[in-house]
Design a protein around this ligand. Sequence first.
Ligand code: FES
Length: 130
Amino acid sequence: MHGPKTDAPMRIDVCVSCRAAGDPAEPREGRPGARLAAALESVATDGIEIARVDCLSVCKRPCTIAFSARGKWTYVYGDFGPDAAADVLVCARTYADATEGIIPWKERPEALKRGVVARIPPFTRKEAAQ
Ligand code: FES
């Protein structure tokens, strides 16, 4: 196995429906989002769960992913290419190591600076403080 190692369990949701305008809809496993999900599944390490989702409602910025973890802010990112698994895992490690998942701007990998779509606070802020 390759990729980052982290003690903090987190999940990467990957939209498997994402495709750029003009990309063929079929076969579905050929869509850029599905290819990115498959690549991540092949390299993800303990502590990182890869979850396939059908749509994250950011369809105009394929490929779309989200980082989440217990007690941390959830971040949604777009604009990843289908071959971006290594970049996504670097970003995931940065997220896993960040307090509450908040990565200072200067420390953000370039892909996260460009691609951020939204951030959502932890379900309970009290939990985040633990
Ligand atoms: S199709 Fe990927 S976010 Fe909607």
